[in-house]
Design a protein around this ligand. Sequence first.
Ligand code: HEM
Length: 410
Amino acid sequence: MPDSRSVAEDFNAYLTDNVGADPYPAFRRMREEAPVVWAEPLQAWVLTRWDDITAMLEDTENFGALMNRPGTSSIFGRAILQMSGDEHRRKDAILAKRLRGPRYLGSTIEEIVSGLVHEYGDELPVAPEVADLRTGLTEPVPLGAIAELMDMGAASNFRNWYNDIVAAGTSNFAQDPVVHAKGETARDELYDFVTPSIEERRGCPGDELLSDLCSMEYEGERLSDDEVRSFTAFLLSAGIETTDRALANLVKHLILQPEQWQRLKDDPSLASSAATEILRFRPPVQAIVRMTKQDMEVSGTVIPAENKLMGFIASANHDPDRFDNPGEFDVGRFEGAERPNYTPIGPVRAFGAGPHTCTGSLLAKLEMERTLEYLVERFDHLEFADDVPPDTGIVLRSPETLDVVLHPAA
Ligand code: HEM
């Protein structure tokens, strides 16, 4: 008889005392023995099975956005994740036109991203010096891409705004008031910077995302200034730290498993599959939050209305009902079958599922592939400068720092 109480207790103890430890054994136990548990430190029901999580994300009738609670995007108000139905479809289409449309993705954005990878990559110190890969490469590439997309390259404070807004969002579980206040200040400064740009683009739109947000219409009306500002702050949170951490996870595991790095050296065309595999194996977003709209039964547990749920997509990605040898990191796993995993169709849940599946997934794919191709071409091998950097974080998870020694190819 499975002891589900102790499974829940073990997970609660992990969350309170030991979040640096490997969570995957706990996910496996929960999937097998207690797929729905109450986690006191998260004030949420935790779901761990692929089927349950996918059903929750697809069922917008019964599971909705969690508003105005700790760990939500209260810092910048209502944005795309809080919308539903027709409004969501149409406003998401404004973002998708630029973030997913082949016209931009295949030319303008591609050029921007490749340029950023080379610009920052070429500046990295090589052996015997130590390179800080997160501040030197994995963060500035997605940061630079969003700044270009929003035509905000001129905002010299962009990086600080980004850091403070992100720290005050999902990561601020403890609701630290100082962190929250800093986030609000950064948001206000960002809004002050964006407001005149909105005015300007209303009259004379350019060829970037901010102009799209200012000029496109929903039900015969343009987005309000407030909405444009919220979308801007949301994109800062959604589009930078996620890719940054995905790349950090990728580099970490390629150093830990040199035979997988060697496979990429021997066949660089595996870069696309390798990027998809790290998103399965160590997704940077570990959990997605929802709220029950009414009492709902999930895998035999009744969850009351207006309760918070967290679908651990990191666990879904290791569900043996969906993936063979899920605990194995195999850079060739998705060869030729990468693309569906950047849409709601593919089995990898790193980008969610259902109508809110990540709109920026193809941009993330591009950024990850270009960065990985660059590293594989330019370096013979990489090693950690010090001990293996531990993973931290519950909702977003990756090593906090990535100090490495880069050995150039002959
Ligand atoms: C590896 C990188 C990324 C990961 C792992 C990731 C993950 C996710 C996840 C899990 C969701 C669903 C959240 C939910 O259902 O509550 C999401 C939504 C979203 N993401 Fe990403 N994301 C990444 C990169 C990006 C980028 C680069 C952008 C844009 C520039 C972006 C824009 C968005 C948007 C707009 C949504 C909301 C979609 C909607 O509500 O319809 N993301 N992302």
